[in-house]
Design a protein around this ligand. Structure first.
Ligand SMILES: Nc1nc2c(ncn2[C@@H]2O[C@H](COP(=O)(O)OP(=O)(O)O)[C@@H](O)[C@H]2O)c(=O)[nH]1
Ligand SMILES: [Mg+2]
Length: 277
């Protein structure tokens, strides 16, 4: 008889994913049914989709009881969606997240789980030897990604090669402790998460992953705008950990709001927002 495995919650942030999400949901549900011998749930977190992503998720959820969704009308962004989703950690042992495009298959995701015996958070890495990239990102996207990595390394000294790989799994205790420090609503959310874990003394382990760049990326199609918003967000994460300086910058809030609006990026949550349950 199989030994029961820890309970698992997988979050999938999704924005206008009607074309990509169905096979991903089906493959995760099927694979986990066969290979994860413990309770699991898959929760899709949507916000303000202008297509029929919600309809697709609702239809697929009729075939698999493990699939459910949260739908927010506000433009809370990928990070905002994950911050909301992480509030469901509840009594689950492990909480992970992956993209809605299937860049990381369920087999690659499940391979991260055993490493949680050595760490509080395990993250997939496309930049470690041993990673398998079935389809690489375009050259320019990879160049921007390395520039971003350099900025993150200079600001935080995390020594993590791939902060942005959307395939991470974390122990519930760690999620609960750091949740109040999660503020970044755009794609720099991952840096916010990793810095909060690091500052709280949790162990992060980076392991090579199998990954495929999928057609239809929203980031690649708005690379400059997204990258600039991510730059602003990592600077903000840095400032959060210099509280005195951070307070002095409060008068600049309207400028920040204007910048994020101009970049069409979701604004970071204030400390008050992030304390609301
Ligand atoms: N809920 C939510 N999800 C988002 C938003 N923007 C992007 N996503 C999701 O975040 C993931 C990453 O986006 P993707 O286009 O795959 O970017 P890439 O993998 O970095 O090229 C996908 O699952 C998207 O649907 C958003 O504003 N809200
Ligand atoms: Mg993706």
């Amino acid at each position: 008889m199989a030994v029961p495995e820890p309970s698992l919650l997988i979050l999938i942030p999704a924005y206008n994913e009607e074309a990509r999400i169905e096979p991903v949901l089906r493959s995760y549900a099927e694979f986990l049914n066969l290979h994860h011998h413990g309770p699991f749930q898959i929760v899709v977190v949507l916000n303000g989709c202008r297509d029929n992503t919600l309809g697709v998720v609702q239809r697929v959820s009729k075939d698999y009881r493990c699939i459910s969704w949260l739908d927010f009308s506000d433009p809370i962004g990928k990070g905002g969606a994950l911050i909301e989703g992480l509030k469901l950690a509840g009594k689950v042992d492990y909480i992970g997240y992956v993209d809605a495009d299937g860049a990381t298959g369920p087999g690659a995701f499940l391979k991260l789980i055993p490493f949680l015996s050595e760490a509080d958070c395990v993250i997939g890495s496309r930049w470690l030897p041993g990673s398998v990239l079935l389809q690489r990102q375009p050259h320019f996207r990879r160049f921007i990604s390395r520039c971003f990595h350099l900025i993150v390394e200079l600001l935080f000294w995390l020594h993590i090669k791939d902060t942005q790989c959307p395939c991470k799994v974390i122990r519930r205790e760690a999620v609960e402790k750091i949740h109040p420090f999660l503020r970044i609503a755009d794609l720099a959310f991952d840096v916010n998460l990793l810095v909060a874990l690091h500052q709280a003394g949790f162990k992060i382990l980076e392991v090579p992953i199998e990954w495929t760049d999928m057609i239809g990326s929203k980031v690649t199609s708005s690379l400059f705008r997204s990258s600039f918003a991510m730059f602003l967000s990592v600077v903000r994460v840095r400032l959060i950990y210099w509280p005195l300086f951070y307070k002095c910058l409060r008068p600049l809030r309207p400028l920040e709001t204007w910048l994020y609006r101009t970049l069409r990026a979701p604004r970071p949550l204030s400390s008050r927002d992030s304390q609301r349950g």
